[in-house]
Design a protein around this ligand. Sequence first.
Ligand SMILES: [Zn+2]
Length: 237
Amino acid sequence: MITDLQPFYEKKITCLYCGESFTTKKVRSHSSVSYKTDSDFCPYYKENLYNSLYYHVSVCPSCGFAFNSEFSKDFTTQAKNAVQKGIAKKWQSRDFDSVRDVKTAIETYKLAIYSASLKGESHFVLAGLCLRLGWIYRQENQPDDEQRFLKLAIKEYDASYLHSDFVNSWSAIKILYMLGELNRRVGEFKQAISYFSKIVNDPDRNKDKLILNRTREQWALATEQYRDSHPDDNTKF
Ligand SMILES: [Zn+2]
């Protein structure tokens, strides 16, 4: 029972690329209760030592392929070749199975984004990685890097919405909300308003009251921010 009180546990993982087994640290849920979340669901933890975001990505120590639980198991021959050339061939064995600081966590996300791109992962998976990395930069008060990764997340969520590769994970309302809120956060207020208005007109809008309420709040905020930044524009929203 004593082991259950430990903040971390070891999770056994099989590399999606090379098939090797390895262990990676995860934070136990009782140690990683977030005390607040932002309007785009960014969670905050009292101690960065137990920041679950830092342990989201698994990195294979044998080949360097980095992934999360959302990656699909499918690997085309073309994707295997791309990972071999771009990652595995150059990899010098390195173990990420220890307590991670912010610098190491950022490194794991960059490896995962690169791995996902080479593998041809879905836009939805790529978006989630970019979003979480943006959150880490926000928590570190690095707004330029945060904005860079939020913009990449927007690009990928936009493509995900277009190709409907989000449907097994999120509702259409949730992805529209995220597109609205992330656009608002990068200063694209008109774009944000356009996404928020799609939610209010969606026939499924009442299925998720939390999102619907948040939409109303963030839509009002985006409108106010647009007015403040464009005092001469009388567009009606
Ligand atoms: Zn591997």
